[in-house]
Write a new protein. Structure first.
Length: 127
């Protein structure tokens, strides 16, 4: 549904929680992107509570699948992610969170989790 200017209406946190389509495991993939540069920083997982906390507290909170607990990014490392914007994708089964990142986003100390294992893929633009 769009408003008169052709833009999708902005969902409230409550509406986003109702709209989000969590997987069979109760989790939603959340892609974290640096607001200033557009760089993709990491992928994490959120359940309904983590999504609620992220949208209402202004700091990114994930559900740790390995530790089976919530973790708010940066509480122990100081490498915080302050929410600037968020959006569900067209199917509402993935979330994009744009953040102001302080310090490294990756637990390895890299700025982005995608800095550590580059893949030699064919450049399709040359085809």
């Amino acid at each position: 549904m769009s408003d008169e200017a052709g833009q999708a209406p902005v969902l409230t946190a409550a509406d986003a929680l109702e709209t989000a389509r969590f997987g069979p495991d109760g989790l939603l993939p959340a892609i974290v992107q640096e607001h200033a540069t557009g760089e993709v920083l990491m992928l994490g997982w959120m359940d309904r509570e983590a999504l609620s906390r992220t949208l209402t507290e202004g700091r990114v909170t994930f559900w740790s699948r390995s530790r089976q607990e919530y973790w708010r990014k940066g509480d122990t490392s100081g490498h915080i992610q302050v929410v600037r914007r968020a959006a569900l994708d067209c199917d509402a089964d993935a979330l994009l969170v744009r953040v102001d990142q302080t310090g490294a986003a990756c637990h390895t100390g890299a700025h982005s989790c995608f800095d550590t294992h580059p893949v030699d893929a064919v450049d399709g633009s040359a085809a």
